[in-house]
Design a protein around this ligand. Structure first.
Ligand code: HEC
Ligand code: HEC
Ligand code: HEC
Ligand code: HEC
Ligand code: HEC
Ligand code: HEC
Ligand code: HEC
Ligand code: HEC
Length: 452
């Protein structure tokens, strides 16, 4: 109040000097400073009246959301709220409460199946990827889940935030333990898997956002899969940080060109974007020659819990073609020769001998096989492959020497000493070690029904 009072006082004093002709202009200028005009959405063109209602009411309720939509390619192409949120006859997540505000029946969830009406190619590739299917996969192999070694709330705020939840709706109300959620492998009420907004957040659904490494780094980070840290450490990451601001992130799909639009690859370039004659893909399992996050590295087609339908030589060739958009044949081959040798060294010098030792302890009943992760040696073995063993492999795959060595092989050497020392004690004494009562190990171990 005081500020605006003073400024209009100033305006009057000024008007005196400038003369009467200036009064109107100055007064206008002052009122602009005090009250910027609200941005207007002029809804014309061919958006149906039904959808115009959504826009005008929600512009007053959640202005930020509608502004995102208005800035999107969708708005430019007349794809409206209704095209995505209108409830279909089979939707079990119809919002009942919303009928109070508007007579058109809507759903909040816009699943990959809904997007597939207009983007069938991306949706089909995504549906066969490990991203979309990760929930089923982790329930097949993960000891935290299967042995109930963490609690439901730990899973909701951790695992399921990245991997996705099984979204449940009862009487039009979301179960807050499963929603909100935009994990990559979310199971939607219509049965489809995943969430396109994992990488393209609503309501901008931006291509540029997904092409930047930050989109992937929200999940691909930390001690067990530090891909964003690895990227930041690499020369590619250094170049991205130095000059990425001036790159052309919005090039139309299929036209984003190395050397023209960007000078160094991001996650998207190597794993998803179309580069020269390598077609773009929404299946991140493509272009992989190894299963480097598994305890023992195998080819993707040999990964028993989820065998990929790919041929590793063909996928390696695709990845090499991407490098060759900017590098010579020799440079590229040199890199992959070293990466493949890293894999062999990890498997043979670290994982296999330690696994053999641990198996011997199980056999001699010096370790208890009933549950995993409640004995110290089990944790040591888990961290050997799940933490430093992955870091060594990923560091070598994606050009990050600090991860390959200091966070990788160096830690592996130390971990093996730790395991050998503890194992020796058990073997010498002939007595089993302590089985710990793991805190909050009361998670629901009922496997979700993935065939529904
Ligand atoms: C007259 C006002 C009004 C109109 C018209 C309207 N809405 Fe809403 N909508 C609301 C209110 C109020 C809420 C609940 C409060 C909130 O979410 O901020 C809501 C909530 C929603 C939600 C979230 C529901 C949830 O449970 O999470 C969606 C999605 C939605 N509206 C979409 C639409 C669509 C699509 C249309 C057009 C068919 C539409 N709305 C028309 C007022 C309106
Ligand atoms: C291209 C599809 C698309 C369009 C167009 C679209 N939405 Fe959405 N909307 C989504 C997705 C995806 C979500 C996130 C829910 C999910 O993860 O399934 C969402 C979420 C919402 C929510 C709940 C989110 C929250 O934070 O509470 C509201 C409300 C909503 N939309 C309203 C609208 C309105 C109003 C419009 C038109 C101005 C609109 N949407 C246009 C796809 C769309
Ligand atoms: C009714 C049809 C329709 C639906 C449904 C739809 N889209 Fe689109 N989408 C389009 C059109 C049209 C374009 C613009 C194509 C162009 O500009 O070349 C587009 C463009 C896009 C783009 C590229 C944006 C850019 O910056 O170039 C993305 C990403 C996208 N959509 C994601 C989604 C997602 C995710 C969903 C579901 C939540 C969805 N779309 C639902 C029609 C649709
Ligand atoms: C910060 C996000 C995030 C959290 C939290 C998280 N994960 Fe993951 N998880 C990932 C990513 C990313 C990968 C892929 C690793 C890779 O390929 O490098 C992954 C991989 C896995 C895998 C290996 C799958 C395979 O194909 O071999 C399992 C199993 C798994 N996670 C289970 C869990 C469980 C159980 C929890 C909770 C106790 C959890 N994750 C918490 C992001 C997360
Ligand atoms: C793992 C992250 C991720 C998820 C999840 C994802 N996208 Fe994308 N999407 C991308 C990236 C990265 C690009 C840019 C590819 C490029 O440069 O050509 C892209 C591009 C697109 C485009 C532009 C056309 C193209 O192929 O380049 C559309 C349309 C699109 N996505 C739709 C979808 C739909 C629909 C879904 C869900 C079924 C989805 N996306 C899920 C990362 C993702
Ligand atoms: C919301 C979390 C999330 C986001 C965002 C995300 N991912 Fe993932 N990603 C995962 C999880 C979880 C897995 C593990 C799937 C499994 O193996 O079960 C994974 C696995 C992968 C894999 C391994 C696939 C395989 O076959 O082993 C690649 C490659 C990958 N992601 C690349 C990307 C890229 C590139 C982006 C960004 C454009 C991205 N991801 C964004 C969660 C995410
Ligand atoms: C210069 C290209 C390049 C860039 C940039 C890049 N990657 Fe990779 N990535 C690779 C290569 C090569 C491999 C090993 C492929 C193989 O199995 O032969 C790999 C492996 C992976 C894996 C392991 C998959 C598995 O299960 O074995 C994940 C996950 C992954 N990358 C995610 C990412 C993410 C997320 C980013 C960005 C933060 C990223 N990558 C940046 C080239 C790249
Ligand atoms: C868009 C262009 C582009 C693509 C695609 C690309 N790179 Fe690079 N890469 C560069 C540039 C530029 C440099 C910096 C060269 C220098 O050191 O002067 C670089 C550096 C490197 C380095 C040197 C790292 C160091 O710290 O010494 C390696 C190794 C490398 N790239 C491997 C690859 C591999 C393998 C691929 C494919 C999986 C790939 N690059 C894809 C542009 C690219």
């Amino acid at each position: 109040m005081t500020t605006s009072g003073r400024s209009s006082y100033c305006a009057i004093a000024w008007a005196f000097v400038v003369g009467l002709a200036g009064v109107a202009a100055v007064a206008k200028e002052t009122s602009q400073v005090e009250l910027p005009p609200p941005k207007e959405y002029r809804i014309i063109r061919t958006i149906p009246e039904e959808a115009q209602r959504c826009i005008s009411c929600h512009a007053t309720l959640n202005g930020g959301m509608v502004a995102d939509w208005a800035a999107s390619r969708h708005a430019h192409a007349n794809v409206s709220c209704l095209d995505c949120h209108r409830a279909g006859p089979a939707d079990t997540d119809k919002s009942i409460g919303h009928l109070e505000y508007d007579k058109t029946s809507i759903t909040t969830i816009v699943s990959p199946k809904d997007c597939s009406r207009c983007h069938p190619g991306e949706a089909a590739q995504y549906a066969r990827s490990k991203h979309a299917n990760t929930l089923e996969l982790i329930w097949k192999i993960d000891p935290w889940l299967n042995h109930g070694m963490n609690s439901d709330i730990e899973r909701q705020t951790g695992c399921y935030h990245c991997h996705g939840s099984v979204v449940t709706v009862e009487n039009g109300q979301f179960d807050s333990s499963t929603w909100p959620n935009v994990g990559v492998g979310r199971i939607n009420p219509d049965g489809s898997r995943g969430s396109c907004s994992s990488c393209h957040t609503r309501h901008k659904f931006s291509l540029a956002e997904a092409r930047k490494p930050e989109a992937c780094g929200q999940c691909h980070l930390g001690p067990d899969h530090p891909q964003i840290e690895i990227f930041n450490e690499s020369k590619h990451g250094a170049i991205y940080h130095a000059e990425g601001d001036s790159w052309n992130w919005n090039a139309a799909p299929g036209t984003w060109t190395p050397g023209v639009d960007y000078r160094a690859p991001t996650c998207s370039v190597c794993h998803m974007s179309g580069v020269n004659d390598v077609a773009a893909t929404h299946d991140v399992t493509e272009r992989m020659a190894w299963e480097t996050q598994a305890p023992l590295t195998v080819r993707p087609s040999q990964f028993k819990p989820w065998p990929a339908g790919t041929n590793w030589q063909e996928e390696r060739e695709k990845m090499e073609k991407i490098c060759k958009a900017c590098h010579s044949e020799n440079w590229t081959r040199g890199h992959f020769t070293r990466f493949d040798a890293t894999i062999v060294s990890y498997n043979d010098n670290y994982f296999k001998p330690m696994k053999k030792l641990i198996d011997e302890l199980y056999e001699k009943k010096l370790l208890d096989k009933r549950k995993n992760l409640d004995e110290k040696l089990e944790i040591e073995m888990y961290e050997l492959w799940h933490h430093e063993g992955r870091r060594a492999r990923f560091g070598a795959a994606m050009m990050a020497p600090d991860y390959a060595w200091w966070h990788g092989f160096y830690e592996l050497k130390k971990r093996c000493m730790e395991i050998e020392e503890q194992a020796e004690k058990l073997l010498d004494s002939g007595k089993p070690g302590k089985v710990f009562e793991v805190r909050a190990a009361d998670g629901d171990t009922t496997k979700p029904d993935f065939n529904k």
